[in-house]
Design a protein around this ligand. Structure first.
Ligand SMILES: [Ca+2]
Ligand SMILES: [Ca+2]
Length: 407
C-alpha cells in the first residue's frame, strides 16, 4: 500500500488507511370555574401572521408555528386534551423546554398500545451499518498527525456506530498490536503496520458479540393509524392535536408512531431527533431517498414502569458552556456507560407523556428554525425489567408552504 507523505495529511483525515468515506453516516379560554389558562400561547400576539401563497398567488394567512410557553421549571398548566377530562402539564425543564403530562394514557391504554405492537411484531433496532466495502476514515481532529484514544474512539463511533470505552480501545490496540510503543497514540509509522481488513473484522465481530456497545439496543415497530382501526389510536391523534395546538394538517400528515421495547441493558445513546443541515428536502415533503428527517416536536409516552434504570437523559440540558465538539469528545453521549453524568433525567412512569421541541421558531418566517442543541437525549440502560415507550414526532420543514399543503 502506498502511503501519503506527511504533508498531505489533512487536518481532519489521517489518510494512510483506505480513504473511502465510511458510510457514517389557546385554547385561551379560561377553565370553567377554575384557573386560569389552558395554555399561555407564547405567540398569541402574533396570530395569523404568516402569508402562504397558493398557486393562484392568493395569500392565505396562517398562525405562526406554535411553541407552548414553559414559564419556569415546575410551572403547571391545566390542559384539556380529552373532552371533559383535565390533565396537568408540568414544565420539567426550560433549556431545552420539556413538558411532562402525567396520565396522558391510562394504564389500560398503555397496555393496549403494547398489545398492538406485540401483535404486529417488533424488530431489532438497526442503526447505520458499516459498509463492508468501504475503508476506515480516521479522524485526526486536532491535526497533530497521530490518533489519540479520543480520536480513535470517535473514528469507531462514527464509522461503525460502536461506542467503546478506553478499556475496549486498549484491548483493540493490544490484540491488533497497533500501539507498538504503547504511548497511547497511533502514529503514522504505527498506522502503516495496520491491516485495514483485520481491524474491520475485529470491529464487525465486536458488534456481533457485544451489541450492547452499539448506539442503540432495542426493538420496535411502527403503527399507522390509517391501517389500525383502533379508537385509541384515533384518540391519540386528537390528544396530540389538543396538546400541541399545531395545525391538523401537520398532525394528520405524518401520523404514524413508533413503539419501542428496551430489554435488559437496552439503551439509546444521546442523539438529536432532527437536524438542520437541510442539504436535502425534508422526508415528509418529498418522496425521495435523499431526504432529511425534520421533526419539529417529539412526544414520547412511557407505557410501563421500569423496575430499575431506563431513564430518559438529556446530557447537556442547562449546560451554559455547551460546545458540541467538547461534548462529543467527552464520550458522555455514550449513555450506556455514562448515564450518571447526564445533566437531566426523567424517570419512566406509566402513562406519562413528555413533550419537547427539537427546533426553535425562525422569527422571520414564523416557521421551523434551527435545532435546539440542548435536546441531545437518549435512553439510559434498563437495569432491571423492561421498558416500553411510544414515540410520535411532528414533522415540519423550514417552509410553511410545504407543511400546509400548498407546495
Ligand atoms: Ca490527533
Ligand atoms: Ca504509539
Amino acid at each position: 500500500m502506498a502511503f501519503h507523505s506527511l504533508s498531505t495529511w489533512s487536518q481532519t483525515v489521517l489518510s494512510c488507511l483506505l480513504l473511502l468515506a465510511a458510510a457514517i453516516t389557546t385554547l385561551q379560554e379560561d377553565l370553567e370555574g377554575g384557573t386560569k389558562h389552558l395554555y399561555q400561547n407564547a405567540n398569541s400576539d402574533k396570530e395569523d401572521d404568516i402569508c402562504v401563497s397558493k398557486d393562484d398567488g392568493q395569500c392565505t394567512k396562517f398562525k405562526r408555528l406554535l411553541r407552548l410557553e414553559g414559564h419556569e421549571v415546575g410551572h403547571i398548566q391545566e390542559v384539556e386534551i380529552q373532552d371533559g377530562k383535565k390533565h396537568l402539564m408540568k414544565t420539567f425543564n426550560m433549556k431545552p423546554l420539556i413538558f411532562e403530562i402525567p396520565d396522558f394514557f391510562t394504564e389500560e391504554e398503555c397496555d393496549r398500545i403494547i398489545e398492538l405492537a406485540e401483535v404486529q411484531g417488533l424488530q431489532s433496532s438497526v442503526t447505520h451499518n458499516h459498509d463492508r466495502s468501504s475503508g476506515i476514515r480516521l479522524l485526526d481532529r486536532d491535526g497533530d498527525r497521530k490518533l489519540s484514544l479520543t480520536e480513535m474512539r470517535r473514528t469507531i463511533e462514527e464509522g461503525f456506530d460502536l461506542y467503546l470505552v478506553e478499556e475496549d480501545l486498549k484491548k483493540l490496540y493490544s490484540e491488533l498490536d497497533l500501539d507498538v510503543n504503547q504511548d497511547g497514540f497511533i502514529s503514522k509509522d504505527e498506522m502503516q503496520r495496520v491491516s485495514v481488513p483485520q481491524m474491520k473484522a475485529y470491529l464487525l465481530n465486536l458488534i456481533k458479540e457485544k451489541p450492547v456497545k452499539k448506539s442503540r439496543m432495542s426493538s420496535q415497530t411502527w403503527i399507522y393509524p390509517d391501517r389500525t382501526n383502533d379508537p385509541l389510536v384515533e384518540s391519540f391523534q386528537q390528544r396530540i392535536s389538543r396538546l400541541t395546538q399545531l395545525p391538523d394538517i401537520m398532525i394528520n400528515s405524518n401520523s404514524y408512531f413508533q413503539v419501542v421495547r428496551y430489554g435488559k441493558e437496552g439503551h439509546y445513546n444521546a442523539h438529536h431527533d432532527s437536524g438542520d443541515n437541510f442539504n436535502y428536502p425534508c422526508c415528509h415533503t418529498v418522496e425521495h431517498k435523499k431526504c432529511e428527517i425534520c421533526r419539529y416536536a417529539t412526544i414520547m409516552v412511557y407505557l410501563n414502569n421500569v423496575e430499575e434504570g431506563g431513564e430518559t437523559a438529556f446530557p447537556v440540558a442547562n449546560n451554559e458552556t455547551y460546545d458540541e465538539e467538547i461534548f462529543r469528545n467527552s464520550g458522555i453521549m455514550n449513555l450506556n456507560q455514562y448515564c450518571k453524568h447526564a445533566n437531566l433525567k426523567l424517570f419512566p412512569k406509566k402513562g406519562t407523556a413528555v413533550l419537547w421541541y427539537n427546533h426553535f421558531i425562525n422569527e422571520t418566517t414564523g416557521w421551523m428554525g434551527s435545532v435546539d442543541k440542548f435536546t441531545w437525549h437518549g435512553g439510559c440502560p434498563v437495569i432491571k425489567g423492561e421498558k416500553w415507550i411510544m414515540n410520535r414526532w411532528i414533522a415540519a420543514s423550514p417552509d410553511p408552504k410545504k407543511d400546509l399543503g400548498y407546495s
